[in-house]
Design a binder for this molecule. Structure first.
Ligand code: GLC
Ligand code: CA
Length: 561
């Protein structure tokens, strides 16, 4: 028996409360609004809702500056509303994941306040200090261009404190056992409130946080093991999903050699090379990163995404590849950010071209791992480049053509909804797309359903099949199932021969899941198919219905339709 773990065959949907739906008219989305849209999410096929930070916070970094880990920002609701929300998800068979920011707190957090007030306080050692300005104070900023140092002098503390991110986000001293026990308690608390998982923010910085022993990250890695051990003791199916933009070869340290650290990691190398493939039609670097992402411990899993709430970070691509992505998707300076990324949403990056959007989504959904969707991408929302930095892609969800896109009746919404142009809410909204049979929303829903019917994608092993550089052809196997996914990145039609699939296919047909047409192998066991420009096809050997255990494959069964 191979155990099927929930996070290996689910769809994660990420959203920020403030921009989803406002239920009380103050212009700010809230738990009341989210509750009203759970049926929408369930209908879309979402298995887990990842809610971005909702704690009390000065909100100078969209809530990633936490002032109270045990609270709910009153603008979003109460702790009672939160538990109503986790309960309502559970009754619909959905799980809740939440952001957990462990690398730093807000400078308004009582720990930091106590630390600067009193050098003798036990909270002083919760943070990282220096008496003199460190020489490297102007190096290693995460937000170059808007952040100018990693050490800031606190007049009250009469000392310098370390912050990898903005100066209002002092880094916690993870090496301090007292800090570790506080953080474990926070995990335990939210598990009791009904969450099934955490998206762990900024993990590489957490690991490197111990400036005093920079070469020895082991204590911090061991913390990853402890945090998992605690969560699984408290709640067996709890998972951690790490945000860590690092080379694939380093990832094993985050998963743990024996799979005893974090369960899931976002696959940033695949994300960056996937955008390069879309920009250049060359799938070579993507194939390399896929090959480098193999051989995980049994419980480990990749999470795949196209866009997230931050800039599209292409900082790890070689210069020529990065230049190609900038040229294709973010050629103008105001589209770029932090010298490494593009602050646009997916649809405008792809010129609103429905074929390219489908291609991109289809590629992402067929990567080996669990897909993560960003709110609004299911309807092809745009961005507002007049908003500062990453805000451009954080505009309110567009529910309808009504005032503020149906997001809020307020005159002063938290961020202005996109009201004009091809991505304005009058044109791009849920209500309209619900009514159009062929809309992106309905396409996405069908694709998500199909994705979930193919557990080999989340659980199985993959082979990259021989194909020209502008085509990605992948085969997945899991238990008795075998499927093949082909993507043509070029703008020309192509004839493709799929040679000899890895398993003995006993002359069975490949059934296209979009059309229900089948392709029979020739005498050598090769399958001939045609891909349209920017075309993609999903196949299951024998079709989806054929795989009832114990059934003899019936090669010559006619297909209906
Ligand atoms: C992560 C988040 C980002 C935030 C940063 C600091 O990178 O994704 O939005 O600004 O951490 O917490
Ligand atoms: Ca509200």
């Amino acid at each position: 028996m191979i155990e099927q773990r929930w996070y290996k065959n689910t769809i994660i949907y990420s959203l920020a409360l403030d921009s989803f739906l406002d239920s009380n008219g103050d212009g700010i989305g809230d738990f009341g609004g989210l509750l009203k849209r759970l049926d929408y999410l369930q209908g879309l096929g979402v298995g887990a809702v990842w809610v971005m930070p909702f704690h009390p916070s000065p909100r100078r970094d969209h809530g990633y500056d936490v002032a109270d880990y045990y609270g709910i920002d009153p603008r979003y609701g109460t702790l009672g509303d939160f538990v109503e929300f986790t309960h309502a998800c559970r009754t619909r068979g959905m799980r809740v994941m939440m952001d957990l920011v462990l690398n730093h707190t807000s400078d308004q957090h009582p720990w930091f306040q106590a630390a600067i007030e009193d050098p003798e306080s036990r909270y002083r050692e919760f943070y990282i200090w220096a008496d003199k300005k460190p020489k490297n104070a102007h190096e290693g900023m995460v937000f170059p261009g808007v952040q100018d140092s990693t050490w800031t002098f606190s007049k009250k503390a009469k000392a310098w404190y370390y912050h990898k991110f903005f100066e209002f986000q002092p880094d916690l001293n993870i090496a301090n056992p007292q800090v570790q026990s506080e953080l474990l308690k926070i995990v335990g608390f939210w598990l009791e409130a009904g969450v099934s998982g955490f998206r762990l923010d900024a993990v590489p910085f957490l690991i490197a946080a111990d400036e005093k022993h920079p070469s020895d990250a082991e204590p911090a890695f061991d913390f990853l093991r402890r945090i998992r051990e605690l969560a699984q003791w408290r709640k067996g199916d709890a998972v951690f999903l790490a945000e860590a933009n690092i080379p694939p070869e380093d990832c094993i340290k985050y998963f743990g050699e024996s799979g005893d650290r974090l369960h899931m990691m976002f696959n940033f190398p695949v994300n960056q090379t996937l955008f390069y493939a879309l920009a250049s039609n060359d799938t070579g670097p993507l194939r390399e990163k896929l090959e480098a992402s193999r051989d995980l411990p049994q419980t480990a899993q990749w999470a795949h995404f196209l866009r997230n709430h931050d800039e599209l970070d292409i900082g790890r691509l070689p210069d020529d590849q990065r230049a190609a992505v900038f040229a294709a998707f973010g050629p103008e300076e105001h589209m770029q950010l932090y010298d490494r990324g593009i602050r646009r949403r997916l649809a405008p990056m792809l010129g609103g071209d429905r074929r390219r959007l489908e291609l991109a989504y289809s590629l992402m959904l067929t990567m080996p791992g669990t897909p993560v969707i960003r709110y609004g991408d299911e309807i092809g929302m745009g961005d507002d480049l007049d908003l500062p930095e990453r805000e451009a892609g954080r505009t309110p969800m567009q529910w309808s053509g009504e005032r503020n896109g149906g997001f809020s009746p307020s005159d002063d919404p938290v961020r202005p909804p996109i009201a004009e142009g091809p991505y304005g809410f009058q044109t791009v909204n849920v209500a309209r797309q619900r009514a159009q049979e062929g809309s992106l929303l309905n396409w996405t829903e069908r694709m998500l359903r199909m994705r979930k019917e193919l557990p080999e994608l989340g659980h199985g092993s993959f082979t990259i099949l021989p194909a020209p550089a502008h085509v990605l052809a992948m085969c997945y196997e899991f238990e008795d199932n075998l499927s093949v996914f082909v993507h043509n990145l070029a703008e020309e039609r192509i004839d493709l021969k799929i040679e000899q699939l890895p398993q003995d296919c006993a002359q069975r047909p490949l059934v296209c899941l979009q059309t229900d047409h089948e392709i029979r192998p020739d005498a050598e066991g090769c399958y001939d198919l045609v891909l349209e420009p920017s075309g993609y096809k999903w196949f299951r050997l024998g079709g989806l219905e054929d795989m009832i255990e114990g059934d003899e494959p019936q090669a010559d069964r006619p297909r209906k339709g």
